[in-house]
Ligand binder design. Structure first.
Ligand SMILES: [Zn+2]
Length: 273
């Protein structure tokens, strides 16, 4: 690849970088969109379960109240029947037995009256709670539907914008970026915080990861003698800016030392980004 051709590719990649950053940012936003919806859906599910529990408790309480009511009516009947019999008996012994029976029936009747009152109160309480819970469920359901509609709307807008950005990428690519380089570059931009191509600064430092690069590698990049060069440390594509001055490098780190073989980043490395 001739130098000016390589520079042309670098220029195109810099343009692509801006477009890809915007695209990836939109994709992240799309991924984050349903989080709020999921939260509201969870709240609705919990509210619905609580409603079902309350409904079951309410039905049970109603059955209990009906049963208590029947038992109480039976008890009242038993007592009044016994009272009616009092008029018909003549023997004192029978009278005492019957009076005792009536007293006992009255105790049972009172107990059942209390039970009936308590179960009716429980039905009333649970019915009130059920109504309130039903309102909570309706309100949450409306929120979920509203959120869903909002998401659908935002999703459509963001997807439309992504389509525009894809078209812009295609335009730039046709000016001279191969499919292979484009695919690698997309991965780098995505995985390296939106910075896929970056200049060598201070004569020997990758401005993406701030590592000192081997001189031979820097020369290759500067002379454009090789194809596209990737930073051996961070995998970003590097280019050289002539106006950058070499400086004292003691502030920077070096992992590789002088023996480092420049430009040795494999496709596998890039795949593992
Ligand atoms: Zn680097």
């Amino acid at each position: 690849m001739a130098e000016n051709e390589l520079q042309h590719v670098h220029t195109l990649l810099l343009q692509l970088q801006d477009v890809l950053r915007e695209k990836f940012s939109l994709e992240s936003e799309i991924e984050a969109l349903p989080a709020n919806l999921r939260e509201k859906e969870n709240a609705l599910n919990i509210a619905n379960s609580k409603y079902l529990e309350l409904n079951e408790a309410c039905l049970k309480a109603k059955q209990e109240a009906t049963s208590n009511s029947i038992k109480y009516d039976d008890a009242v009947r038993a007592r009044t029947d016994a009272e009616k019999m009092v008029e018909k008996i003549s023997l004192q012994r029978e009278y005492e037995a019957l009076t005792k029976q009536i007293d006992e029936a009255r105790v049972v009747e009172n107990a059942l009256l209390k039970a009936r009152t308590a179960s009716n109160a429980l039905v009333e309480e649970l019915t009130g709670k059920l109504e309130k819970q039903s309102e909570v469920c309706d309100s949450l359901k409306a929120e979920v539907e509203e959120e869903r509609a909002k998401i659908d709307d935002l999703l459509a807008q963001k997807k439309a914008k992504i389509s525009e950005l894809d078209a812009r990428c295609d335009e730039i690519r046709t000016e001279g970026v191969s499919d292979d380089i484009y695919a690698k570059f997309c991965r780098i931009v995505k995985n390296k915080s939106g910075l896929g191509i970056t200049p060598i600064i201070q004569g020997q430092v990758c401005s993406g990861c701030h590592m000192i690069l081997p001189m031979q590698f820097v020369n290759d990049v500067r002379l454009g003698t090789n194809t596209i060069e990737y930073c051996p440390y961070c995998s970003r594509i590097l280019y050289y800016k002539e106006d950058e001055e070499a400086i004292d490098l003691t502030d920077f780190e070096s992992e590789a030392g002088d023996d480092f073989f420049a430009g040795a980043i494999s496709d596998e490395d890039l795949d593992n980004l």
